[in-house]
Ligand binder design. Structure first.
Ligand code: NAP
Ligand code: 8YV
Length: 322
């Protein structure tokens, strides 16, 4: 048996993670729950590090299989798929991949907003279908020009989105539980009050219980008939049924969605609508940014098992020394 530390890679295959870890560790790979369940008990008993490389669930039952686990290095800045309470109670450090994806995700949010307002997707289809010689594409009923944007979640990515919206000469306000010190944008402690004052919401909070379905029928009603919702946060943040109803009956005007309640399944009702733009959770999905995220997963594990502190521990499992 090798004296290398045993690390399990859990989730879809990531060549950069496999390559980065296999030089220093004995690595095992599990694509999904069935693979984890099939892992021999003696291997599970040796695993000390876990690289969670996609949106697989690292829940308590899964984590409990690894009694010697010290670190869960998760891919993505959001870690609602990792049971951080279990990890904290068992002295396991959880790390995520913040910052390296901030600007990419903010780019996507602004692109999705403009594509939704200015109907880029049907306009592009119009050209491909050879319709342009028969007449110009319709004028878009919506524009960024006459809007006020309310950002829900004003952390790293929320602030990067705010900078872009501001550079587009559009007023920005925001909602979060606490105001961000030193930020000039107006803070609304109450989401409904903000929704009443704006016509555009950009969602960029974490998922999980504290934000579950926070964009509900009342918020959508407050947003009003010109309302546009852009979701680059998590599908769980929106009451999807209420959103579909609001888009159907004109309570709000349109939506741009990168995330959904039950990915990769997108409700048929949304697919059939003209007033939505639907993306398959690609906000961070460029080669450059995904490589940087993969590298941070690898570096967190390498640092930890070389005796150094974790690079990006999540706030629920802070590094307090060894
Ligand atoms: P961050 O810096 O931690 O910011 C999170 C923001 O959300 C903070 O302003 C926080 O403020 C606010 N927030 C948290 N819980 C809230 C609640 N219950 N109600 C209202 N506001 C709340 O995180 P980030 O780096 O900006 O990333 C944010 C999230 O974006 C991630 O967790 C992930 O879910 C999502 N994301 C999605 C993609 C994608 O591919 N679509 C890519 C990257 C990130 P308070 O704590 O003061 O409330
Ligand atoms: C990832 C994300 O694509 O960072 C996040 O929170 O949602 C995305 O950047 C996602 O984690 C895929 O696994």
């Amino acid at each position: 048996m090798s004296d290398k530390i045993d690390v399990l890679i859990y989730g879809p295959l990531k060549p950069l993670v496999e390559k980065g870890l296999s030089a220093q560790f004995s690595t095992y790979s599990c694509r999904g729950v069935a693979d984890v369940e099939a892992l021999p008990a003696d291997v599970a008993a040796r695993i000390r590090g876990l690289a969670v490389t996609g949106l697989v669930q690292a829940n308590a039952a899964m984590l409990a299989r690894f009694p010697r686990l010290e670190m869960v290095a998760s891919f993505g800045v959001g870690y609602d798929h990792v049971d951080v309470n279990y990890a904290r109670e068992h002295n396991i450090i959880v790390t995520n991949t913040p910052d390296v994806l901030t600007e990419e995700v903010a780019d996507t949010a602004l692109g999705l907003l403009i594509a939704t307002l200015r109907e880029f997707i049907p306009a592009e289809r119009y050209v491909r279908e050879g319709k342009w010689p028969g007449g110009n594409f319709r004028l878009s009923p919506h524009s960024l020009r006459d809007r006020t944007v309310g950002i829900v979640g004003m952390g790293r990515i929320g602030q990067a989105i705010a900078r872009r919206v501001e550079a587009s000469a559009v007023p920005v306000v925001y909602h979060s539980r606490r105001p961000v010190e030193g930020l000039k944008y107006k803070h609304y402690p109450n989401l409904i009050e903000m929704a009443k004052d704006v016509d555009t919401l950009i969602l960029i909070t974490p998922g999980g219980p504290s934000t579950a379905k926070m964009i509900n029928a009342d918020v959508l009603k407050a947003l009003g008939r010109r309302g546009v919702v852009i979701n680059v946060a998590r599908g769980s943040v929106v009451d999807e049924e209420a959103l579909i109803a609001a888009l159907k009956d004109g309570t709000i005007a349109a939506a741009g969605l990168d995330v959904f309640a039950s990915e990769p399944n997108v409700p048929k009702a949304l697919i059939e609508m003209d007033n939505v733009v639907l993306l398959p959770h690609i906000a961070s999905a460029s080669v450059t940014t995904r490589d940087a995220m993969d590298q941070l997963v690898v570096d967190n594990l390498k640092n930890w098992f070389s005796g150094k502190p974790p690079i990006t521990p999540v706030p629920e499992t802070p590094f307090k020394g060894r």
